[in-house]
Write a protein that binds this ligand. Structure first.
Ligand SMILES: [Fe+2]
Length: 522
């Protein structure tokens, strides 16, 4: 369902005709919409209607103004997204609107395009707020349940076998991969949007944002607008140059003219090397981590200098940017917590099934090689990597005597074994960053002719990644020892892959695998 259909918007305006027009527009756009004729009435509505998502309010109203409404709401209900409508925008109004806690502002008279755009952004923001709340709640719950279990498993598994060190490395490797995956917060988009607004409001020629590394030794430019040729990705050491000074001292720096004496003593000597004439650099600070980066604004379009008022405006934007960045950091921590959980589960499987030791690692290598042969992007490769490591995670739910049984499985036992893809999907299904692995985990035992499990779908109807995984999985299973038979020679495994191509495996992929991947591996 469309996100906005679920969002409830409260419009506040004392001019009734305008209120009605706005409500009509919003309903037309598909939002659920209610109205209030001033700030006080709006507060009553919010207090008695807990599922309001967004409030759009006029600025000037009797009894309680839009600004005071937003201020009260940001204390009582910080999860609600507030937008202020105003006839004219200058930096004074902007500062007071943003300082009151509003997320955005909407110029009057209404322009349907602006409304659509701002509302879409607000809906996205609200979705993130709700998603974060939900995730946090879920995590707390899961954490309590799993901490105990995890400790027990770790002790048992580590004591049982030294080769598990290898598994540890494998899992640490997933962790590293995860760190490089973008969070779902559209963090880059948010930062870029802030930069765009800052540039417009301050009429600056160039704006950029730099982030500190974990050791707080270097700042790296992560985004910029304007004369940015070549500077994204550039690094400076903390303590060096303007941005380095700002990060080190946790103080903003407004320089009206690089020729003047406003520069701190440490920077006086290098002032001749500045290409900018006027600039503001401001630290990005979060409660949890202190300074996390620097926001830079350089040269005004009209050649004049930046002033103190503009520094104030920038302070507000830097606060918002810092919050967005902090959210991303929290999200990353959530991801890493989930990974720990998955780790414990992987270890548990390892402890149960000695025959599959190293299986998922090898399957991953085969799958990645095959995917590289057909030109997968880095992101697709990363997903495949994770799915490879996790594809058999559902075996945690299969009794150990079945996993390690030396003879043929009975029908009942085989049925239990066949549940592992579904159990695996169940384990990871709420983990947002593993979303793209879901299908691979669930369907890695499907066949091209539709006779696989659990869904019995035709191979042509399942994504290519799944078909890649199936080949990699089968090849490793054939070429390694199993409780019921010794490893098959590579030639025999290749023969079987070819024999079953078209029925069990994707014909084209088998040929690429046999011709290009197998020779490299053996
Ligand atoms: Fe499997």
């Amino acid at each position: 369902m469309d996100e906005k259909k679920k969002m409830k918007v409260l419009v506040v305006d004392d001019e009734l005709p305008l209120l009605e027009v706005m409500q009509d527009i919003l309903r037309e756009l598909g939002y659920h919409c209610i109205g209030a004729s001033d700030g006080l009435e709006a507060l009553d509505v919010v207090r008695s209607t807990p599922d309001i998502d967004i409030v759009i309010s006029d600025i000037k109203m009797p009894r309680l103004s839009g600004l005071n409404l937003v201020k009260t709401l940001s204390e009582e209900r910080p999860d609600i997204i507030t937008i202020i409508m105003t006839g004219y925008i200058d930096s004074d109004i902007l500062v007071s609107v943003l300082r009151a806690g509003a997320y955005d502002f909407l110029p009057k008279p209404y322009d349907a395009r602006a409304i659509t755009m701002i509302l879409e952004r607000s809906v996205e923001k609200r979705r993130v707020v709700l998603e974060n709340e939900r995730l946090l709640e879920e995590l707390k719950k899961a954490n309590r349940k799993l901490t105990k279990q995890q400790k027990m498993l770790e002790q048992k598994v580590l004591a049982s076998d030294k080769t598990l060190q290898k598994k540890y490395q494998e899992l640490r490797f997933i962790n590293d991969v995860m760190k490089t995956i973008n969070s779902s917060l559209d963090f880059n988009e948010t930062i870029h949007y802030i930069l765009e607004v800052v540039r417009e409001v301050l009429s600056a020629t160039t704006v950029s944002v730099m982030l500190l590394d974990d050791e707080k030794r270097y700042l790296t430019v992560i985004d910029g607008i304007g004369d940015t040729t070549g500077f994204i990705g550039e690094r400076v050491r903390v303590g060096e140059g303007v941005a380095g000074w700002v990060a080190k001292n946790n103080k903003p720096l407004l320089v009206k003219d690089t020729g003047d004496e406003g520069l701190p003593v440490e920077l006086q000597s290098e002032r001749n090397s500045y290409s900018a004439s006027s600039f503001i650099s401001i630290p990005l600070v979060t409660i949890k981590k202190g300074v996390i980066g620097v926001l830079n604004v350089t040269n005004k379009e009209d050649g004049k200098s930046f002033n103190e008022e503009e520094l104030d405006v920038l302070k507000i934007f830097s606060e918002q940017a810092a919050i967005d960045i902090e959210n991303t950091i929290i999200y990353e921590e959530l991801e890493s917590y989930y990974l720990q959980t998955v780790r414990a589960l992987s270890k548990a499987i390892e402890a149960k099934d000695v025959y599959t030791r190293g299986h998922s690692e090898r399957v991953t290598i085969f799958a990645l090689e095959l995917a590289r042969e057909i030109g997968y992007s880095d992101e697709q490769l990363r997903n495949l990597e994770l799915a490879g490591i996790l594809h058999d995670i559902g075996k945690i739910g299969v009794p150990v005597h079945i996993l390690t049984k030396p003879g043929k499985l009975t029908d009942i036992e085989f049925d239990q074994m066949k549940r592992h893809p579904v159990i695996g999907e169940e384990i990871i299904k709420d983990i947002k960053f593993l979303e793209s692995c879901r299908m691979i985990i669930r369907n890695h035992h499907e066949r091209m002719d539709g006779r696989g499990y659990p869904d019995g779908v035709l191979g042509s109807e399942i994504p290519e990644e799944v078909r890649i995984m199936t080949i990699a999985d089968a090849f490793d299973a054939m070429t390694s020892d199993r409780p019921y038979r010794a490893a098959l020679p590579v030639d025999e495994a290749v023969r079987r892959l070819r024999h079953d191509s078209g029925t069990q495996f994707d014909k084209k992929l088998v040929e690429i695998f046999v011709n290009n991947v197998v020779p490299k591996m053996h």
